[in-house]
Design a protein. Sequence first.
Length: 132
Amino acid sequence: MALAALSLLWLTFQDASAQIPEGMSLSYYSSLPATKILIWGGDTGQGLDMSRFAHSRCALLLLVGKNAEDAEAAATQLLAEPPVAGTCPPGVEPVVHWDAGDIHNATYVLRLTARYESTLGGSPDISWNFAE
Ligand SMILES: *[C@@H]1O[C@H](CO)[C@@H](O)[C@H](O)[C@H]1NC(C)=O
């Protein structure tokens, strides 16, 4: 019995760790479902990869690109891919919103805070920056 529980735990750990990005702790990985994440540069390259990863973990995303076309395309793409089955906590739907602007523009960065409530349901818990 204890052995079965232990091997189930090990399988779960192995399964999870196979998907964890290099360098990310297991507790951080486990905390992502329903977590509000702001991702600068989340529409291209490594930022898009991380947006896709967070979405697969049922995070609530506001991804910001430099231009509206790319940001909207990235969000549309992600919304077409459901999160990993069983990842979303009960009652939680994945969220992917987008915006476009420059992280170096203080006016824009502050104005974006006005969208936190309507997009994420509050201030981001986490912010990742892949923007240049
Ligand atoms: C900075 O952002 C504000 C608000 O979005 C915008 O009105 C302004 O044109 C931007 N400034 C520059 C230099 O892009």
